[in-house]
Design a protein around this ligand. Structure first.
Ligand code: ADP
Length: 151
């Protein structure tokens, strides 16, 4: 790193976001292909683990959607197979990850995005990604302790 100024700008732009490779994708052995999309986009996988969620944990994670008609379907889906939870790091990582993921409904997702290539439906859409800095902070601490995060 060059001057102190350059270093400061670099650190300030660096973000972390929470990503989940969902059951439809882990079931089809797509973890590696999805991780390649993140890495090709300049997102570094700084923490990652494969876990089996309980229904209570899935409900807590998606608590903001509790009143939505698809809440039951969503939480049942999230416990139907193991998921891979991960922390992605990079400049503007939260927005960048949302771009790499593509639109919620794969029918509306851009070419080259994860959801366009791999998602099965609006529900079984292969990946989750935090949608704001506040969500990223909450969701990262939901799954990971500080000790598990290696930058
Ligand atoms: P995103 O995951 O793109 O941030 P939302 O926060 O709107 O999307 O929804 C969370 C998740 O709930 C989606 O990724 C998808 O798995 C599920 N979901 C959203 N809308 C529907 C729907 N209409 N029917 C079934 N599942 C849905």
């Amino acid at each position: 790193m060059g001057s102190g100024e350059t270093q400061k700008e670099f650190i300030m732009a660096l973000e972390r976001t929470l990503s989940i490779i969902k059951p439809d994708a882990t079931k089809r052995n797509l973890t590696g292909k999805i991780n390649a999309k993140f890495e090709d986009a300049g997102l570094r996988i700084v923490a990652q683990k494969r876990i089996q969620l309980t229904l209570a944990q899935a409900g807590q994670f998606y608590a903001e959607h509790k009143e939505r008609p698809f809440f039951g379907e969503l939480t049942e889906f999230m416990v139907s197979e193991p998921v891979v939870v991960q922390v992605l790091e990079g400049e503007g990582a939260i927005l960048k990850n949302r771009e790499v993921m593509g639109a919620t409904n794969p029918a509306n997702a851009d070419e080259g995005t994860i959801r366009k290539e791999f998602a099965l439906s609006v529900g079984e859409n292969s990946v989750h990604g935090s949608d704001s800095p506040e969500a990223a902070a909450r969701e990262i601490s939901f799954f990971f302790s500080g000790l598990e995060l290696v930058g």
